[in-house]
Design a protein. Sequence first.
Length: 267
Amino acid sequence: MLKFISFGSGSSGNCYLLATPTDALLIDVGVGLRGLKKACRDYGVNLSQIHHVLITHDHADHIKSVGSFSHDYNVPVYATKEVHEGINRNYCVTQKVAPDMARYLVKGTTEQIGEFAVTPFSVPHDSSDNVGYFIEAGGTDFCIITDAGTVTEEMKVYIQRTHHLVIEANHDTEMVLSGPYPQFLKDRILSHTGHLSNRDCAQAVIDNMSDHLRNVWLCHLSEENNHPELARKTVETLFRSYGVIPGADLQLEVLKRNIPTGPFELE
């Protein structure tokens, strides 16, 4: 059985835990270490049991504490070559990942990392590189897709395969268009290398979900251009229009931006 906890999901910091009874990894370390340590104590998670870190991309809200965490707990950091290079260039990462702690992943290639079989795949976003992760452990499949401007054919394959899906529902399109952001930022958000809207997220799941999909978590909600209840309502309404009933056919949850969500037991 796997355990999943979100320690933060949004532009102020992203960090997720995936754990078996004897091994654990973090996906992104964009939250402060002090808050992460407190959250782990509150959830009974021993930080010394976290043996691996996976990074999706090199934006600060996903990496700002990765070097410090890797150094303090002697944990290797897995990412593509381009993401590692981006981490080294990012001024928000005050402590870089030590060269001997850097591990390099290749998109489309599955690597056994502890008890986890990890496959990174391309996700379009305006970073040095960006990947989603398809992770298999103990007969359970888990997939995370965050900071995605659009849904590609490759991404659809992993949505179709997974039992448990974390997927971005960043914004409501009308809120972006009518909001106070400057036009260049609106264009960035709505571009094919920006972020997924609530409706695009819902359509991606509906079009590609399998009968064995059990959980969907909406992640990386915008504070200015979305709201948890709006995201949930938009996704649930589309699901129901296709005859998929959250709470009966699958579980639908919204991950909180600034505080932990979970734990969830995955089978």
